[in-house]
Design a protein. Structure first.
Length: 287
């Protein structure tokens, strides 16, 4: 495998052409599979832009209306091969509903936004296109988890409750856990409304530290005195805070991949594309 430069972390280029992001500090976990996908290295063409005319195909991993199921199935096989070395590695997912529910991988065809397992030989994964993916590994009990944290899941404490489920399910000690927060929309691009601010303020004593305001002047207006105040939220920091609140050590939490909206050639972004986006996936498993 080779590496190509990325804004925040190196992108691994697998032998089959799939580009994904691994967590550098997890390289010593020889028992672990993991990766955050990008949009590069698949067979899909539904989301290619005109400037991507020389691109042979993209890695859409979601069964979306614009792409064919055949393409998505092939992309998933390629991604599994890139991460584990085998196209035959089973991939378990859930129907994501922006909830705070986490389930064990054996519970198939359920609505949830967190998935966990101690079963070797499989990958578990969650899909994103701006929302925050969080992977968790327990090197003591050899348990792993993946969480999908949009603003609704974040305010409902999907990650914090998910760590509690790992404690109950596998006997995991939060002090032993390692977590990685992957590519997702950043506070540079994630403008929100008053409802989000209100919900976070009701739930978290530190909510004010997650929000910022940026003064902008709409270029279409000739009067430069007219400005907008864009309210922005830092979902990555919100989930980092939840991981620490759940008992993880700050130095055990890595952040990789950068902002999905800022890097449209590398990541799918629902917001930056106006809703026309494929899906990326964050996966983790036990060899």
């Amino acid at each position: 495998m080779a590496t190509a430069p990325n804004i925040d972390s190196p992108t691994t280029v697998a032998d089959n052409g799939v580009n994904f992001i691994a967590v550098p500090r997890w390289s010593g976990f020889d028992w672990l599979w993991h990766g955050f996908s990008t949009r590069r290295g698949g067979v899909s063409s539904a989301y290619l832009a005109e400037e991507d005319g020389d691109c042979p195909g993209e890695l859409n991993l979601g069964f979306t209306a614009a792409d064919s199921a055949e393409n998505v199935r092939e992309n998933r096989l390629r991604f599994a091969e890139a991460v584990t070395g085998s196209r035959d590695t089973p991939l378990r997912t859930v129907r994501q509903v922006h909830s705070n529910r986490s389930v064990a991988a054996a519970e198939v065809a359920v609505d949830a936004d967190g998935l966990m397992t101690r079963q070797p030989g499989i990958l578990i994964g969650i899909q994103t296109a701006d929302c925050i993916p969080v992977l968790v590994a327990d090197p003591v009990t050899r348990a792993v988890a993946a969480f999908h944290a949009g603003w609704r899941g974040t305010v409902a404490r999907i990650v914090e409750l998910g760590i509690a489920r790992m404690q109950a399910e596998f006997g995991s000690d939060p002090a032993d856990l390692f977590a990685a927060i992957g590519p997702g929309i950043g506070p540079c691009c994630y403008t929100i409304g008053g409802e989000v601010l209100e919900r976070f303020t009701e739930e978290f004593s530190y909510a004010a530290e997650l929000f910022s305001q940026e003064v902008t002047n709409p270029q279409s207006l000739p009067d430069v005195s007219i400005v907008h105040l864009d309210l922005r939220v830092n979902l990555k920091e919100a989930n980092r805070r939840q991981l620490m609140a759940a008992g993880l050590r700050p130095d055990a939490i890595a952040t990789v991949g950068g902002c999905t909206a800022c890097q449209p050639r590398l990541f799918y972004s629902h917001r930056a594309s106006g809703g026309h986006a494929g899906r990326m996936m964050a996966v983790i498993g036990i060899r």
